[in-house]
Design a protein around this ligand. Structure first.
Ligand SMILES: [Zn+2]
Ligand SMILES: [Zn+2]
Length: 172
């Protein structure tokens, strides 16, 4: 969670005042009794209401609670805001740890649905600690770069087709 926490704070620091106020509103909407801390009950109430409980594992509150005091303060809630804004709900299917950095993704599942990927931490992928039937995995960075290359190739093909169509129009 450390890496995500750092990214969330950096993202927050670069937000406009207006956007930062929205994050404060977000915090207040979870902190129902307004005591400046989000309790487990308030947190669970919120994720149930928003339907995140199906995507987040049981231990997410513990992961977010960096100083282990049993509640979420504002900064810890900013991390949660960042997670749900960018749908950073990635947990290892083998061991259940939270994945924020480089890890492996099933190429076939990723192609079928970018929201429902099959993710593995490096150790689980290496030690085959999973029962997934697909075998082709790429790390998230490689997958992203590959998508960029494929997108560029697609644009070139579209351009060629457009030029072809234009020429066809000129000739006929
Ligand atoms: Zn794992
Ligand atoms: Zn798969």
């Amino acid at each position: 969670m450390e890496e995500t926490r750092g990214a969330a704070m950096a993202y927050y620091a670069n937000m406009s005042n207006k956007k930062q106020k929205e994050v404060v509103k977000f915090f207040n909407s979870i902190d129902k009794n307004g005591d400046g801390e989000v309790s487990t009950e308030e947190f669970l109430g919120f994720i149930r209401k928003k339907g995140f409980n199906t995507e987040l594992p049981q231990n997410v509150f513990k992961l977010l609670d960096e100083n282990n005091d049993g509640t979420l303060n504002f900064d810890e809630t900013v991390t949660f805001f960042y997670m749900i804004t960018f749908k950073k709900f990635t947990f290892c299917k083998g061991c259940g740890i939270y994945l924020s950095g480089l890890h492996f993704i099933c190429v076939k599942c990723h192609k079928a649905d970018k929201e429902k990927t099959y993710d593995l931490c490096n150790s689980c992928f290496r030690d085959k600690n999973h029962s997934h039937t697909h075998t082709k995995f790429l790390d998230n960075d490689a997958l992203l770069r590959r998508k960029g290359i494929m997108g560029k190739m697609f644009n070139v093909v579209v351009k060629v087709l457009k030029v072809g169509a234009a020429l066809h129009g000129l000739l006929s």
